[in-house]
Design a protein around this ligand. Structure first.
Ligand code: NAD
Ligand code: UDP
Length: 322
């Protein structure tokens, strides 16, 4: 039975990856320090004998007994509100955490896939973003702690591949959404849905003309699985290329939830990228992958998930930040 370590396994994406690899017949070890994740995301797996959970900060030395065939390094705060609150931990998990994971991969002769991001393109001057675009990042701006950690992650991953012959994969993930996002993580979709359910105004930042391209989580997980199983070591964009302005996105959520809440316009965060859309030609070509779940279907599934929270939980979650 193949054995896989998933760092950040109790987070939004990490927990879906745990489900995927358990379903594919792997022994899964989830590792997490729960700084932005939630044990509830993986609680349903704990009775499975092929699943185990280690509470550990991956920025510190990682010790795993026995063999390891694969490592997925997904530990890192991912939402702007999170990484602005814990900037040093964010830099450490992208740098020291990645170094530890790569060292472990080398020691165990395991294949490793690291979670990079569309943020490495910064506020992009090339549109849509292809993998050979080098990006436009403000290293000392507020988002620099995340963007530069991920750029370092890519560089050291490639160095371990080139100099140590470690089998590495790099996925550049574009905005992804779905069940198990944290209602209060500050990202646009959980913010809009939470505001809808609490009957509050919908907060659009800036004039809402900035764009994003949102991918449903099941599509992303399939793309990551295919990349891990491929023999391609260069970075690959995985995301949904259907681009939308944030204002239109807020209107869409309102319409699906049947809301009459007003939209309020709050200041645009510093260095907020103006446009973002993945060019997924490479993923189509080498992984025969493209998203299959449209935004309406994905939004309906996500809204259903958030509707399962009780009123108390909706307000409690709203108050508690990391
Ligand atoms: P998340 O916050 O839900 O999950 C991250 C998980 O990592 C959490 O469970 C957190 O507790 C854990 N973690 C953080 N620091 C840790 C540390 N030092 N040691 C151990 N565990 C630690 O975020 P997510 O959306 O699931 O993102 C997962 C990964 O995917 C991140 O690396 C992120 O950069 C990347 N990514 C996500 C998106 C997206 O749209 N969700 C986009 C681009 C990249
Ligand atoms: N955004 C918004 N209102 C919110 C939260 C976010 O208008 O309550 C905007 C944010 O400024 C950005 C876009 O939505 O332009 C996507 O933000 P998110 O944090 O989800 O992802 P990222 O900026 O990392 O792509």
């Amino acid at each position: 039975m193949p054995r896989i370590l998933i760092t950040g396994g109790a987070g939004f994406l990490g927990s879906h990856l745990c489900d995927k690899f358990i379903a594919q017949g792997f022994e899964v070890i989830a590792m997490d320090n729960l700084i932005t994740g939630n044990f509830k995301n993986i609680a349903h797996l704990t009775s499975n004998t092929n699943f185990s959970f280690f509470f550990h900060d991956v920025s510190k030395y990682i010790h795993i007994t026995g063999k390891l065939d694969y490592i997925l390094h997904f530990a890192s705060p991912a939402s702007p509100i999170d990484y602005l609150k814990i900037p040093i931990q964010t830099l450490k998990v992208g740098s020291l955490g990645t170094l530890n994971c790569l060292g472990l991969a080398k020691a165990k002769s395991a294949r490793i896939l690291v979670a990079s991001t569309s943020e490495i393109y910064g506020d992009p001057l090339v549109h849509p973003q292809t993998e050979n675009y080098w990006g436009n990042v403000n290293s000392v701006g507020p988002r620099g702690v995340y963007d530069e950690a991920k750029r370092f992650m890519e560089a050291i991953t490639m160095a371990y591949h080139t100099f140590h012959g470690v089998e590495t994969r790099i996925v550049r993930i574009f905005n992804t959404y779905g069940p198990r996002m944290r209602l209060n993580d500050g990202r646009a979709l959980p913010a809009f849905i939470g505001q809808g359910l609490r009957n509050e105004p919908i907060t659009v930042f800036g004039d809402g003309s900035q764009t994003r391209s949102f991918c449903y989580v099941d599509d992303l997980i399939e793309g990551i699985y295919r990349l891990l199983m491929s023999d391609y070591a260069q970075p690959v964009n995985i995301g949904n290329p259907h681009e939308i302005t944030i204002k239109e996105f807020a209107e869409e959520v309102k319409s699906i939830m049947n809301l009459s809440n007003p939209i309020v316009y709050n200041p645009l965060p510093v260095d907020d990228p103006k446009q973002r859309q993945p060019d997924i030609s490479l993923a189509k070509k080498i992984l025969q992958w493209e998203p299959t779940i449209g935004r309406r279907e994905g939004l309906e599934k996500t809204i259903e998930y958030f509707k399962t929270f009780s009123k108390e939980e909706l307000y409690e979650l709203h108050r508690t930040f990391i």
